[in-house]
Design a protein around this ligand. Structure first.
Ligand code: AMP
Ligand code: TRP
Length: 327
């Protein structure tokens, strides 16, 4: 039996190479050895201010990118969260077994809420229970994500264990799977902050659908330091980030990379990083244009996956409702 994998991305902006290296690329690599479920989590994207027509467009774009990056619909199920209403039903049930203190410890919530406690929706606070519902609904074994989501997957484990202890063994307890390289790509304009979809700067990130000239420019302008030698040193954050992107894309070892760049300068490194990034995203953009030319193909893929997943959803929800005393 293959292990079941579940993961998702929020349709909340343009997908960047941090998302790609931290998540999608690893999903694609392991397609053949896993039973795969990938979701566009549109109900997570409404936990902050948003525009409904932009959300609709972002969902289409993200599904198109999933396919263009190589998530072959013959090898995985690929769907939009709100098309399976049991995600929110299960989220409520799990909210009732999740202590407030556990949610209060989530660092992403603390970072996002800042001084806006009176303004943000409660969904931003309870969001990890929706994420737990996504994962547990499918009895998933593995959750491949970037470093920033590890805490939420660990919370999911705690919620599953608490539920199983209280109501009987219903859920598989899942494991986070974090890549060794590329789990936390930093901003090119500021290597002390994580690359993010919502950052303001023109040259903060490279999006998968960025104009290639702009992508090259962003990398050539990446903030580094006044050093000269090219070595993996986490203290030199800008250089370390460029080297990590290079390592993730080329698959070479750190020693091979250090030898390759011996005697060369930061300019040479940036040029080669830009080449590697463009070599990766150019074919994705071409496939994206082909795939999105026929929206009915994408609709067909989404509907088929929802139909494929129905029996698993019914089975889990039946067990949950019985265990909790609703049936
Ligand atoms: P999000 O855009 O927050 O929905 O994230 C989608 C996926 O990309 C999750 O698995 C994140 O952990 C991952 N991710 C987000 N930002 C980064 C980053 N800067 N570096 C690596 N992975 C990331
Ligand atoms: N919270 C994740 C993020 O912001 C997205 C997400 C929602 C997710 N549900 C999930 C990731 C289930 C993995 C599994 O990146």
């Amino acid at each position: 039996m293959k292990k079941r994998v579940f993961s998702g991305i929020q349709p909340s902006g343009h997908l960047h190479i941090g998302n790609y290296l931290g998540s999608i690329r690893n999903w694609v690599r392991d397609l053949d050895s896993r039973d795969n479920i990938f979701c566009v989590v549109d109900q997570h994207a409404i936990t902050v201010d948003y525009d409904p027509s932009e959300l609709r467009a972002n969902v289409r774009e993200l599904v198109g990118l999933y396919l263009a990056c190589g998530l072959d619909p013959d090898k995985c199920n690929l769907f939009v969260q709100s098309h399976i209403p049991e995600h929110t039903e299960l989220a409520w049930l799990l909210t009732c077994v999740t202590p407030m203190g556990w949610l209060e410890r989530m660092t992403q919530f603390k970072d996002k809420v800042g001084s806006k406690r009176e303004r943000v929706g409660t969904g931003l606070f309870t969001y990890p229970t929706l994420m737990a519902a996504d994962i547990l609904l499918y009895q998933s074994h593995e959750v491949p994500v970037g470093d920033d989501q590890k805490q939420h997957v660990e919370l999911t484990r705690d919620i599953a264990e608490r539920f199983n202890h209280k109501f009987g063994e219903v859920f598989v307890v899942p494991e986070p799977v974090i890549p060794e390289v590329g789990a936390r790509i930093m901003g090119f304009d500021d290597p002390t902050v994580k690359m993010s979809k919502s950052a303001e700067g023109q040259h903060h990130s490279v999006a998968l659908l960025d104009d290639l000239k702009k992508a090259r420019k962003t990398i050539m302008r990446a903030v580094t330091d006044s050093g000269r030698d090219i070595v993996f040193d986490p203290e030199r954050a800008g250089l370390y980030n460029l080297l990590s992107v290079y390592q993730a894309l080329t698959g070479q070892s750190r020693d091979e990379i250090a030898t390759h760049f011996e005697g060369k300068g930061y300019g040479d490194l940036k040029k080669e990083v830009a080449e590697a990034v463009i070599a990766e995203i150019e074919p994705i953009q071409a496939r994206y244009r082909e795939l999105t030319a026929d929206p009915s193909h994408i609709d067909g893929v989404l509907a088929q996956s929802v139909a494929n997943l129905r029996p698993i959803v019914d089975q889990t929800m039946d067990a949950v409702r019985r265990a909790m005393g609703h049936r």
